[in-house]
Design a protein around this ligand. Structure first.
Ligand code: ATP
Length: 307
């Protein structure tokens, strides 16, 4: 029986290895599939490398499918070094804005410009080099945590990786792992929590050191202490960069230079947190609703402890 068991066990291992490799490739193809729709224009030029980059959405229309419009005449600017946060109900079109800025898709009307350059006239390589993304759900490769952070800039030195990990409050956690920076993570290695994965993404973005940062806030609830810590690290990372934050919780956008409220693909309000509260419109309604929910949750938690 043992003679049969060994080869079968070996086959099982081989099967798992192949399955995992396929999963990684499928993920990569997922990205490639999205990119396939976009090609560099014949006369495309590189985005001139500058530290200060201003973003402009000018009357942007967009739909994933021809018969369903998702964004309608969306116009806003983010001055270089400023942070703009976008809030709105689920499905309003918030993440679509970040996909268009990274040019996974082209707008169907209007234009998006960076420092005055229409994205459609730029090489994708130069555009994407200028943008760091901290996505909702970070893809971890089945490799060491060192590899996973260095993915932000593969030629980075070890010192630079460590500095990025420190800045993202990840270093002490990594040092506590059995193999430290060589610890394997991903599906076949150590599973990281949502907050830890977001920190890996922040460290990657810091290592890339781009002038533009897109932060797509995780929808799955992080506990409030982790959320506050991530928020602080992100505000540090955003310093001096032009930042687009897609927010699912209003508590994380209070310090943004400007907040856009999107409803059904259109901007319905914009301003600072204080100005929007004073406006007493959609944002104020969402804010008080969320505050009530938070208080109710706290009340229930206290009742559970007392009861
Ligand atoms: P959430 O807060 O739930 O993340 P959101 O405001 O970010 O929502 P988007 O992800 O921008 O919303 O999606 C806007 C609309 O576009 C939704 O109705 C969604 O179903 C649709 N949509 C998103 N991605 C695609 C796609 N790849 N193909 C077709 N429709 C899509």
């Amino acid at each position: 029986l043992i003679q049969l068991y060994m080869p079968l066990n070996f086959l099982g291992i081989v099967y798992r290895e192949i399955r995992q490799a396929l999963t990684d490739i499928e993920r990569m193809f997922g990205l490639l599939k999205e990119n396939r729709e976009i090609a560099d224009a014949a006369d495309a030029h590189d985005l001139p490398a500058e530290r200060a980059m201003a973003i402009e959405f000018a009357a942007v229309d967009f739909g994933y499918e021809p018969n369903r419009q998702i964004l309608r005449h969306v116009s806003f600017t983010i001055p270089a070094g400023h942070t703009l946060a976008v809030v709105g109900h689920s499905g309003a079109g918030k993440s679509t804005l970040s996909r268009l800025l990274y040019r996974f898709y082209d707008v169907t009307g209007g234009a998006i410009r960076i420092n005055g350059h229409d994205l459609r006239q730029l090489t994708q390589h130069s555009l994407r080099s200028a943008i760091g993304i901290v996505p909702q759900d970070t893809v971890l490769f089945n490799d060491s945590i060192l590899y996973n952070i260095r993915y932000g800039r593969p030629e980075a030195s070890l010192e630079e990786v460590l500095a990025a990990a420190r800045a993202a409050s990840l270093h002490d956690f990594i040092e506590s792992l059995p193999d430290k920076y060589e610890t394997r993570v991903g599906e076949r290695g150590l599973k990281l929590s949502g907050g830890e994965k977001q920190r890996v993404a922040i460290a990657r973005a810091l290592l890339k050191n781009p002038p533009i940062l897109i932060f797509d806030e995780a929808t799955s609830a992080l506990d409030s202490a982790t959320e506050r810590a991530i928020q602080r690290e992100l505000e540090l990372a955003a310093r001096g960069r032009t930042t687009l934050t897609i927010a699912h919780r209003l508590s994380t956008v209070m310090n943004a230079d400007c907040i856009l409220v999107i409803s059904d693909g259109s901007i319905v309000e914009s301003g600072t947190h204080a100005a929007l509260l004073a406006n007493d419109g959609e944002y104020a309604r969402m804010w008080f609703l969320q505050q009530r929910e938070i208080q109710d949750e706290r009340g229930q938690a206290i009742a559970a402890v007392v009861g």
